[in-house]
Design a protein around this ligand. Structure first.
Ligand SMILES: Cc1ncc(COP(=O)(O)O)c(C=O)c1O
Length: 405
């Protein structure tokens, strides 16, 4: 993935940092490089970041800010970590729309706004944004779209809650329920309708790298923020990240953000009810021995390597992407460190246990967002001296113990 292949530059300690990661990491972002190449100075770019924040405030939301990070004493104790080891948590539950998704989408939005300022697009003739999602990504997308008054169409599965649809509509989104059509191939019907909308002129405002790789740009801010917090405190970045994976953009860009300050091993986590990445890894791992990234011939074998999961189901419903769309970039993250990270597949019982444990530790997190913790619970190889990064994300909208979908 070209965007993630940029030479990683370590993050230096700083006495002061800007609250909004898109201000702080401007010179690292691809959207800002595009804007600069089109004549937008740093102050022009900062004005676009502020325009989004102002819009968020106008609709009653907080702006985009850095999220908390630190060693979690209760979880470190739970896992019997030594003083030198520990469980480190990045807490995204207080982010705009309650998850990391806003980071991915903000870089796409900033690119679009920069293109308008540069005269490549007309602000009075905006094609609609389009996204396929029924969870955190849809809320983040509709929130950002409302903040800048950009029309948006959200493609959702038939099983989505009515209340969720009403919520999206309140934000001004047009919501399309997507039943499977007789001639649909295997895969997600909402994704097919989304792609048709994009073919018809809509803008892919989405959190899957193959649909719009600019989502990976802003996703890296989460890794940069962890690296910056470690640099400022004079500590090394964690040894490994155990990260929940759905479509894969999150894990891929987190790993890419940490690459300049690593080595940080990436262990992706999926649930037994939907584990297409783990299945794909089993298929290709023998051919990846000794590789530092996925060779291009393997990356081109999509149909052979990544097959749609037939019946995705889990309480961690944000991870039910039937394909791990960013599988190449996630595997690149796994292979960047030797020995490579490997997928961890967790049972529903582990998800329930992790959700309860995270809730007890004080995180208002959903089962989806606690799935990384489930991975750590399930991991037989964990060591008391290692420093493990988890990301709690996806603010809880339901109490622990809600039924499996
Ligand atoms: C809270 C949370 N964590 C992780 C993920 C997984 O992210 P990705 O689909 O980029 O793998 C999601 C996706 O919906 C999510 O909502």
């Amino acid at each position: 993935m070209l965007l993630l292949d940029q030479q990683p530059v370590p993050i230096e300690a700083a006495a002061e940092r800007q609250a909004n990661p898109f201000h702080e990491f401007d010179t690292r972002c691809a959207w800002a490089a595009f804007a600069a190449a089109n004549g937008l100075q740093r102050s022009d770019r900062a004005a676009l970041v502020d325009r989004i924040d102002d819009g968020l405030h106008r609709i009653g939301r907080n702006g985009i800010t850095a999220t908390p990070f630190g060693r979690d004493e209760a979880l470190s104790c739970h896992f019997g970590m030594s003083a030198s080891g520990g469980v480190y948590v990045k807490d995204e539950t207080g982010a705009v729309a309650g998850s990391q998704k806003v980071r991915h989408l903000a870089s796409i939005m900033l690119h679009l706004l920069a293109a308008e300022v540069a005269g490549h697009r007309r602000s009075d003739e905006r094609e609609p944004l389009a996204i396929a999602s029924c969870g955190n990504a849809a809320v983040a997308a509709a929130t950002l779209a409302a903040a800048v008054e950009w029309p948006i169409e959200v493609f959702v599965p038939t099983w989505m809650d009515d209340s969720f649809g009403a919520w999206l509509r309140e934000l001004g989104a047009v919501v399309h329920r997507c039943p499977r059509l007789d001639d649909d191939p295997p895969g997600d019907p909402a994704m097919f309708r989304f792609r048709e909308a994009v073919a018809g002129g809509a803008i892919p405002f989405t959190v899957q790298g193959p649909e719009n790789s600019l989502c990976l740009d802003g996703g890296r801010t989460i890794g940069w923020e962890v690296a910056a917090a470690c640099a400022d405190r004079g500590i090394a970045v964690p040894d490994r990240a155990v990260v929940q994976v759905g479509g894969g953009a999150f894990a891929a860009s987190l790993a890419a953000g940490l690459r300049g300050d690593g080595p940080v091993r990436l262990d992706p986590v999926q649930t037994a009810g939907c584990a297409p990445l783990a299945q794909a890894w089993q298929r290709v791992a023998p051919r990846l021995v000794g590789a530092a990234s996925v060779p291009s011939d393997i990356a081109r074998e999509w149909a052979e390597v990544m097959s749609p999961w037939p019946d995705p189901h889990s309480l961690a419903d944000g991870l039910l992407d039937d394909e791990t769309y960013d599988w190449v970039a996630v595997m690149d993250g796994q292979l960047a460190v030797a020995p490579a990270g490997r997928p961890i597949v967790v049972s529903e019982e582990r998800i329930v246990e992790a959700h309860q444990l995270a809730t007890d530790a004080g995180y208002r997190v959903s089962p989806t967002g606690a799935a990384g913790l489930a991975g750590l619970l399930a991991d037989q190889d964990r060591q008391p001296t290692e420093r493990v990064l988890l990301v709690m994300s996806g603010v809880s909208r339901e109490p622990p113990g809600a039924p499996v979908r």
